[in-house]
Design a protein. Structure first.
Length: 473
């Protein structure tokens, strides 16, 4: 297990990761509000969380990740009531498309995806605890959190509370810093709204309460890392801290990590501004999911990222450089003997890559390690200096690096965008290279499987003394 440090929003500085249980990280990631299809701004945050999860595992930690599905909130209720459907009928297609998009972008599944509607008893219990401490009070069938009773309120977002109008309330789930007031824990139901019974009459939980109740249920009262986009810092995460720490009397989260926004023409991509793209829309325009994933991961998560088609094209181009090196490597001969520079290049790249990830997910540095390797290996091939075992050790390092980035192996993506016209030349080359790689590793089951898959597409491989050749029949 390697040590790692991350920028903690609460302290505004980088601090070492010190998990509560050594070697195990409890990670809570705020999930989608399923009142619409998620847009790719949301996926920037979800991809950052995927990278974090994969990097932690690469560094040797076990990870237990929870991502909630917010399937009750003001907007969902309004839309379901207007459409005359139940909450679950309304949200089902959006939940389905969310999971399909995760798969398209090769985002690893979290261990738990709890839904708010399935955890209402836990939420009521949390409100009861807060009422018992005296910090929460009822008003007209709703329950509010009195922020004046929490001396720590504002700790995460560094709020100045001197201007706050005491005793005033805000009932909306989403509001700005100008509106900092007592916030709602439980909302009394309006007529004909879907609702649950509670000690305060029928109603439903507020959004902030959902995440407090579900994170503590799955990860315990104190856990290691909580993430979201920067828009979650206030009020969502501030309110989560207030609720959880007042209820337990202890610390809630050790490290807070927040991803910067995806922008379009300099403005945050958001449903309310109407400048969003969904993944499906971009795929229809012919963008490759592999290039999109790479595009998102190249910019550090704490920097704003402007979405442009040119940026995604550059990403596709960068990936081709890696694929070409892999292709050349699997076709090259290891005849260079003891003179090979590759073992040292592999060791250097691995160390640089690992150190970069442990340094607050320094992705540009990690990718510099990947491209440094590409360059060193290309030179060794050109100079005919590959030694015995070099192919294998470079491929192994690429496999390990791919566990983090998830874009470095073209065969994992080939076939997903197969068109009616069949595989593209690039995809065929990638599969042929993968077959060579499997053969070099004496994995004949896999090499045969790839040959059969190509044969199904009418492509035959001929093995010649200078390496494999393929043709369409
Ligand atoms: P929502 O479905 O609105 O609750 O958002 C789900 C996640 O996406 C949250 O963590 C948000 O902070 C994040 N998010 C929303 N808009 C953007 C954006 N334009 N760029 C990056 N992350 C975003
Ligand atoms: Zn949340």
């Amino acid at each position: 297990m390697s040590s790692a440090a991350f920028f903690n929003t609460e302290e505004r500085r980088q601090v070492p990761l010190e998990p509560r249980d050594e070697g195990r990280v409890g990670l809570y990631t705020c999930g989608p509000t399923v009142y619409n299809h998620a847009h790719i701004g949301n996926f920037r945050t979800f991809l950052f969380e995927d990278l974090l999860r994969r990097a932690l595992r690469f560094l040797g930690y076990e990870v237990e990740q929870v991502m909630n599905i917010t399937d009750i909130d003001d907007k969902i209720i309004r839309a379901a009531v207007e459409g005359g459907v139940s909450l679950s009928e309304y949200t089902a297609p959006y939940i389905e498309s969310f999971f399909a998009d995760l798969d398209t972008l090769h985002i690893e599944r979290a261990e738990h995806y709890p839904r708010a509607t399935e955890h209402v008893p836990e939420m009521i219990e949390l409100v009861e605890k807060l009422v018992a401490t005296g910090v929460a009070y009822e008003s007209d069938g709703s329950v509010f959190f009195r922020i004046a009773d929490d001396p720590d309120y504002g700790r995460l977002s560094k709020l100045d509370l001197s201007e706050v109008r005491q005793g005033e309330r805000v009932a909306d789930d989403e509001y700005d810093k100008e509106d900092v007031r007592d916030f709602v824990l439980w909302k009394g139901a309006k007529p004909n709204e879907p609702s649950w019974d509670s000690p305060w009459g029928t109603g439903r939980p507020g959004w902030h309460l959902e995440c407090s109740a579900m994170s503590m249920k799955y990860l315990g009262p104190e856990f290691d890392i909580h993430t979201g986009g920067v828009d979650n810092i206030f009020p969502h995460h501030e309110n989560e801290i207030a609720q959880s720490e007042t209820a337990t009397g202890g610390r809630f989260v050790r490290l807070w990590l927040h991803a910067e926004h995806l922008l379009v023409d300099g403005r945050k991509m958001s449903k309310s501004l109407g400048n969003q793209y969904t993944l499906a829309e971009l795929l229809e325009r012919g963008l490759e999911p592999r290039a999109l994933r790479y595009f998102f991961l190249t910019t550090h998560y704490r920097k704003k990222l402007n979405f442009t088609l040119a940026g995604v094209e550059d990403a596709a181009h960068a990936l081709r450089r890696i694929d070409e090196m892999r292709f050349r490597l699997t076709h090259a001969e290891e005849s260079g003997g003891a003179d090979s520079p590759v073992p040292e290049a592999v060791e250097r790249a691995r160390a640089r890559f690992t150190a970069a990830l442990a340094d607050d997910l320094n992705t540009s540095e990690a990718l510099a390690a990947v491209f440094g390797l590409v360059k060193d290996v290309n030179i060794a091939i050109e100079e005919n200096r590959l030694g015995t075992g070099d192919t294998q050790s470079v491929l192994q390092l690429l496999t390990d690096m791919n566990r983090v980035f998830g874009v470095l192996d073209p065969t994992e993506w080939a076939g997903e965008d197969e068109t009616a016209a069949g595989l593209s030349d690039d995809q065929i080359e990638a599969l042929v290279a993968a077959r060579q790689e499997a053969r070099a590793q004496k994995d004949f089951a896999r090499s045969d499987e790839i040959r059969d898959r190509l044969a199904e597409q009418g492509i035959v491989i001929e093995d010649t003394p200078t390496g494999p050749r393929w043709k369409r029949t």
